[in-house]
Design a protein around this ligand. Structure first.
Ligand SMILES: *Cc1c(COP(=O)(O)O)cnc(C)c1O
Length: 376
């Protein structure tokens, strides 16, 4: 089965006794032992058929053996990081999701050594991975600067050291990037974003091929209580069915908006992995099926007026949904980072991030054109 078929059909093996063509929502928290032969379900903090249907789907979608679903992307990240023990070293890319940054900072309390490195620079990656390392954390493309990290090369270097490679695949989503194919051990998703795609449910997932890793992830979820509800899994599973058509449209419209931004007065710089001048363009061309639907650009006008000037693009954090969003990382998603560190990383006050939805492209062009003019 090809991708667009897998997203629609996977995880539909257990549809119940009535021939319903979608899996039912199981909300029971506990299961009668004598009603099952052999007993398989015990308590819903550990196992639930609706959660399993989603997991079967997401593993198939990413061409992997196993998936464990979580109540959020952060719950998935917490679980992956729980594999680290005191004295071990974690190497993480520098331009990392704010929630991940907070989690890895917290690891220092447990005697875990944490080092952040620009892994899009392979010389720096090589230097950082020359010593002892237990886990390498890669996010690509990065947020908000869309740096591209070579998963295959970083995985090769990490595996020489016996380190585990976790790729946060949220920004690309499974339609555009499959980290396991490039040698990573774990692909992490905030399914809140592209996978569910409608900005109405939180969720996370850890996808891997190794049964021992999968077992550790599932065990941790049971004791930490980070399993998602059956209703939430139903929503994520419902959302993922349209992933390939959504992403196709989003990417096409993003390319139209990139063309607009390149010519627009007041726009001083456009960052998009599909542009030949993007520093990660060649790796992106190989690693991603398409350059995605997140665009960053610098604006010389009044940022607040631009943000308030759109009607279709909602000024909000998050990404990957059917509705287009606009945000200023320095004012919103990346505000907790000290201003000097932000500026040094290139997250300046004039940087704007778009998440392109599935609205009519011409309407989005008009909306953005008006807003860009209103801030000048
Ligand atoms: C949103 C996001 C997360 C966290 O996911 P939640 O579902 O919000 O907990 C992690 N990584 C990236 C790249 C994200 O965009």
């Amino acid at each position: 089965m090809r991708f667009a078929t897998r997203v629609v059909h996977s995880g539909h093996e257990t549809t119940g006794p009535y021939g319903g063509i979608v899996p039912p929502v199981h909300l029971a928290t506990t299961y009668d032992r004598f009603a099952q032969d052999p007993p398989r379900y015990f308590y819903s903090r550990g196992e639930n058929p609706t959660v399993e249907a989603l997991e079967t789907c997401l593993a198939a979608v990413e061409g992997a053996r196993h998936c464990t679903a979580y109540s959020s992307g952060q719950a998935a990240a917490t679980t992956a990081l729980s594999l680290l023990t005191p004295g071990q070293r974690l190497v993480c890319c520098d331009d990392v999701y704010g929630g991940t940054h907070a989690l890895i900072t917290g690891l220092r309390r447990y005697g875990i050594l944490v080092e952040q490195v620009d892994l899009s620079d392979l010389d720096r990656a090589r230097a950082a991975l020359a010593g002892d390392v237990a886990m390498v954390w890669v996010e690509t493309p990065t947020n908000p600067l869309l740096k591209v990290i070579d998963i295959a090369e970083v995985s090769r270097l990490a595996h020489e050291r016996g380190a585990l490679v976790v790729v946060d695949n949220t920004f690309a989503g499974p339609a555009l990037q499959r980290p396991l194919r490039w040698g990573a051990d774990v692909s992490l998703h905030s399914t809140t974003k592209f996978v569910a795609g409608h900005s109405d449910v939180l969720g996370g997932a850890l996808i891997c091929d190794d049964p021992a890793l999968h077992h550790a992830f599932t065990q941790h979820r049971t004791v930490a209580g980070t399993i998602p509800s059956g209703l939430d899994c139903f929503l994520v599973h419902r959302g993922v069915k349209t992933l390939s058509v959504r992403v196709e449209r989003q990417v096409r419209t993003a390319q139209t908006l990139v063309d607009l931004l390149l010519e627009a007065p007041g726009v001083t710089h456009v960052r998009y992995p599909g542009l030949p001048e993007h520093p990660g363009h060649d790796i992106a061309a190989r690693q991603l099926a398409a350059p995605g639907s997140i665009i960053a650009f610098r604006y010389s006008g009044v940022v607040e007026k631009l943000l308030a000037g759109t009607t279709l693009f909602a000024c909000a954090v998050s990404l990957g949904g059917v509705r287009s969003l606009i945000e200023c990382p320095a004012l919103m998603t990346h505000r907790p980072i000290p201003a000097a560190d932000r500026a040094a990383a290139g997250i300046t006050d004039d940087l704007i991030r778009l998440s392109v939805g599935i609205e009519d492209a011409e309407d989005l062009v008009e909306d953005l054109t008006t807003a860009l003019a209103s801030g000048r």
